[in-house]
Design a protein around this ligand. Structure first.
Ligand code: ATP
Length: 140
């Protein structure tokens, strides 16, 4: 008998990052990581910046960076709507380093300038740091 799977869709405003049958999905909700197996009770949650991972139909673990958004779990489907997302292998390390540097330069102006959106800069810093962490670690 074929092993049970669940459909995983990860979409951003720009593209479909994942659309495949998987065995289990783990994702970073605001209150902590959750896992979804086939047959899960429906729920909706908000995601934070972090790593989603799942086991694909062949049993290989796959990692996806997500920059926040929403996840909806149904018994046979998980849909993630993320502001941005990419597979770990697609993370551009030099780009993330540049984003980190820009964010650090902006944050260094905190308290001195009114024209910078520091909340936005902090979020950009967090995305860049997480991308760099994921790119350099085989486990996240
Ligand atoms: P940047 O300032 O470099 O655009 P950002 O954190 O503001 O970084 P996002 O808004 O999270 O970028 O993402 C915009 C798009 O660019 C998304 O499609 C995302 O997947 C992609 N992206 C951003 N940074 C990287 C990166 N370092 N490697 C691969 N793709 C990236």
């Amino acid at each position: 008998m074929a092993e049970k799977t669940i459909r995983l869709e990860v979409v951003t405003p720009e593209r479909i990052v994942v659309d495949e049958d998987v065995r289990i999905v783990m994702a970073p909700a605001l209150l902590g990581e959750f896992g979804v197996l086939p047959g899960h009770t429906p729920f909706l949650t908000t995601l934070k910046i972090g790593a989603m991972h799942y086991y694909d139909g062949a049993g290989a673990e796959q990692f996806i960076f997500v920059s926040g958004g929403f996840a909806e779990a149904l018994p046979n489907k998980v849909t993630v709507l993320a502001e941005s997302a990419e597979r770990r292998r697609d993370i551009d390390v030099e780009r993330a380093k540049r984003a980190l540097e820009r964010a650090q330069q902006r944050l260094a102006e905190e308290g001195k300038r009114q024209d910078i959106d520091f909340t936005r800069a902090r979020a950009a810093l967090e995305r860049a740091l997480y991308r760099l962490k994921m790119a350099s670690s085989p486990n996240i």
